[in-house]
Design a protein around this ligand. Structure first.
Ligand code: ADP
Length: 718
């Protein structure tokens, strides 16, 4: 197979092939070492380092562009070696296939089970006992696959003696893979870390020397003592030719290494110990050499070194895991402490800000508990302290600006908790803690309390002076308006008289001129009359004591519609077409509500394009405890950005100069609706025109049935 490569890929391919060559050499050495460890003149190798080396080889080369060369090299090597060892071609093929499949399986399993670890695609060494168990499992699975391939091949070739051979192959290769791959993971991690730091070999060595220099003397002494103790134990156990079973002594240094030294050192220790045990046993000395049966000797030796390795690693990794968890705990604790400090600093700051506010702030739970009340709240409410009892009692001293007492359920926090956010609700506070009546403007809403419930946040500021000033001005305007009406009426009457007289006078240029001036004067007087009337209505809407009652809103709408239809300005355009849907009864002041309807229906008829008949629909829906009434028209519509402004006093939207008006009508509507505890909004009517919607409290009891305009009446309205 030809390797087709671009110039940019060539260095990578060269490096990959270089690694293939190096691993082939190491693999060859491992196979030779395994062969040298053949017991006496049998085919049973005491160790199988080639299994571990093959696993590392494939782990390193897995992503190499020339991985197929590696596969070829490993299996080819096994094939030729076995041929030279006297195996038939078929036998050599089987052994090569077994070794290749074993190496491929371990590489695949490492990538799947230990992706973060060196050999699995990451760069970590073994970090926790779980990693070790996964490595052991991968080793067992891959060696099993190898053994199955090998035994099946042998069986197909007519060799049944391979059952014992398969068991030995399995044990030996599992131990070999675990010990060698664990060591390679430590070394691989070391190299990967240095590589990531872009350290040169010289720099790395310098770093090691610096680390060594910084290591305390006793720690170095401990390493030396340990190595000495380990050597002494192994010599003691294996040099004894009597075959005394002193193997248990070897757990001493293993535990010492595992508990005190780094895990990397443990993997190294395992490798060295395995080599020592194998060399002594091959040499015929030590308790393992005393085992007569060769197969048993191989298996026991492998199990022994495997056990030593696993015990050492489990101890070391458990310790590492504990240390990592402890570190994490300390880090979390530190983070928590700094978070707590931040939170308490933040809380202090918030507290200082809230305490220094001129506006009152109170947070009230749904059971009436006052969770927070700032000094301004206490001062404004005239209470030395704010608690459940005081809040419950405050309402007895509260009235609406028109003198009606504030019901407990009308308290801002109660309304907010009932799901009705409060905006600019004016209340008068009167109690012994306050020398004079005080008017407070409250806003209230709810926020989550963090325990699945909600609390009311009430913010209020004093508007006593502002209200007084406004009241005085409004009273003044009311008085002035009222006082102006009489002279204005007289003026209009005199102008009428003068016009009548002039109509009878002999015609002439001077008379015509005088009559034109009089007509002009009457138009101006008419506008003035309109303005004064609106001013008076506004004052009434604002100040008159509310006398609410359950009302038949449908009947009132019919009245207003009939009156408005009769005086519709542009009859030439056709009579206004008004559709009235189902209208629910409401609870409100009949005089003010009539004013409200009259203004809105009047506007809907008025603001239509010249020559076009007015078309509007009045309907109502239930909105909780309120009734929502919508008046939708197909008139001029409202320009973008004007929907809120048109509710301001004396505001007239641009482009409506040709329509009579003072800009007070909607301000009056807003005032009336708000005094009833409702809201009013303007929106665009899909398809053209505007929709004005307001809410009023629903009637307490039935006022007739929900009313639909009778058919005849509806027809009459068109
Ligand atoms: P005015 O006395 O001028 O009618 P209003 O307060 O009733 O005063 O209305 C304010 C402005 O809102 C008007 O100038 C007009 O531009 C706009 N407006 C009110 N009602 C409507 C409507 N139904 N369609 C379009 N524009 C409207």
């Amino acid at each position: 197979m030809a390797v087709v490569s671009t110039p940019a890929e060539r260095p990578a391919i060269r490096a990959a092939l270089g690694r293939t060559a190096a691993f082939s050499a190491i693999y060859a050495a491992a196979v030779v070492a395994g062969r040298l460890a053949l017991l006496d003149l049998t085919t049973l190798g005491l160790i199988g380092p080639a299994a571990g080396v093959g696993a590392i080889w494939f782990c390193v080369q897995r992503r190499a562009p020339t991985f197929w060369v590696d596969m070829l090299a490993l299996s080819g090597f096994q094939y030729f070696l076995n041929l030279t060892m006297g195996a038939s071609i078929n036998e050599a093929v089987v052994v090569a296939a077994a070794n290749l499949s074993q190496a491929l399986v371990i590489v695949a399993l490492m990538a799947r089970w230990l992706p973060h670890a060196w050999g699995g695609g990451g760069r970590d060494p073994l970090r926790r006992p779980r990693d070790l168990w996964l490595l052991v499992a991968a080793a067992v699975a891959s060696a099993t696959v190898g053994a199955v391939v090998r035994s099946t091949g042998a069986w197909l070739l007519g060799d049944d003696s391979e059952v014992v051979g398969a068991g030995i192959w399995l044990t030996r290769n599992v131990v070999s893979i675990v010990i060698i791959v664990a060591f390679a993971m430590s070394v691989g991690n070391l190299i990967a870390v240095q590589h990531a730091r872009r350290a040169t070999v010289a720099g790395w060595l310098r770093g090691l020397a610096a680390e060594l220099a910084a290591t305390p003397g006793w720690r170095i002494a401990e390493h030396v003592a340990l190595v000495a103790a380990a050597i002494a134990s192994y010599v003691l156990v294996f040099a004894n030719r009597d075959g005394l079973p002193l193997l248990f002594l070897l757990f001493g240094p293993t535990i010492w290494v595992a508990v005190r030294l780094s895990t990397a050192f443990v993997t190294f220790h395992n490798l060295v110990v395995t080599t020592i045990v194998v060399l002594f046993t091959l040499n015929g000395s030590g308790p393992l050499a005393a085992i007569e049966d060769h197969a048993s000797r191989v298996v026991v030796t492998q199990l022994f070194v495997g056990m030593i390795a696993v015990v050492g690693l489990v101890l070391a990794l458990s310790r590492d895991e504990r240390a990592a968890l402890a570190d994490e705990l300390v880090r979390d604790k530190g983070a928590l402490a700094s978070q707590t400090a931040d939170t308490s600093r933040h809380a202090e700051l918030m507290r200082a800000v809230i305490d220094s506010m001129a506006d009152g702030l109170a947070v009230v739970a749904d059971d009436g508990r006052v969770i927070l009340g700032n000094p301004a709240a206490r001062r404004l409410l005239g209470q030395p302290r704010l608690d459940q009892a005081t809040v419950a009692n405050i309402h007895s001293g509260l009235t609406h600006p028109d003198g009606r007492p504030v019901d407990k359920h009308e308290m801002p926090h109660m309304r907010a908790l009932a799901g009705e956010p409060v905006q600019a609700m004016d209340v008068v506070v009167r109690n012994p803690g306050i020398p004079h009546d005080r008017v407070l403007r409250a806003n209230a809403t709810t926020v989550a309390n963090g325990e699945g419930g909600r609390v009311a946040v009430v913010l209020f500021h004093e508007v006593t002076a502002e209200r007084r000033h406004r009241d005085e001005l409004a009273n003044f305007a009311g008085v002035v308006a009222h006082d102006l009406l009489n002279p204005l009426g007289a003026m209009v009457a005199w102008a009428d008289d003068a016009d009548t007289v002039l109509a009878a006078a002999p015609p002439g240029e001077a008379v015509a001129e005088a009559r034109r001036s009089l007509a002009q004067m009457q138009r101006v007087a008419g506008r003035m009359h309109l303005l004064i009337n609106d001013l008076l209505t506004y004052t009434t809407a604002r100040d008159a004591t509310l006398r609410p009652a359950d009302m038949d809103l449908a009947a009132m709408i019919r009245d207003v519609v009939t009156a408005r239809t009769d005086i519709a300005p542009d009859q030439a355009a056709g009579a206004p077409r008004i559709t009235v849907g189902t209208i629910l009864p409401v609870h409100g002041d009949p005089i003010l509500v009539r004013q409200l309807l009259d203004n809105l229906i009047g506007n809907a008829i008025k603001y239509t394009a010249p020559g076009a008949p007015a078309r509007l629909t009045v309907s109502s829906t239930v909105d909780g405890p309120l009734v929502r009434v919508a008046i939708a028209d197909r008139g001029l519509g409202i320009r973008p950005g004007q929907h809120a402004a048109i509710f301001e006093n004396f505001y007239r939207a641009p482009g409506t100069d040709d329509y009579s008006g003072t800009g007070l009508g909607l301000a009056i509507c807003k005032r009336i609706v708000e005094r009833h505890g409702g809201t009013i909004t303007a929106a665009d009517n899909p398809g053209g025109g505007a929709v004005f919607a307001f809410t009023l409290p629903g009637a307490a009891g039935p006022v007739g049935a929900p009313q639909r305009a009778p058919r005849d009446a509806a027809r009459a309205l068109r």
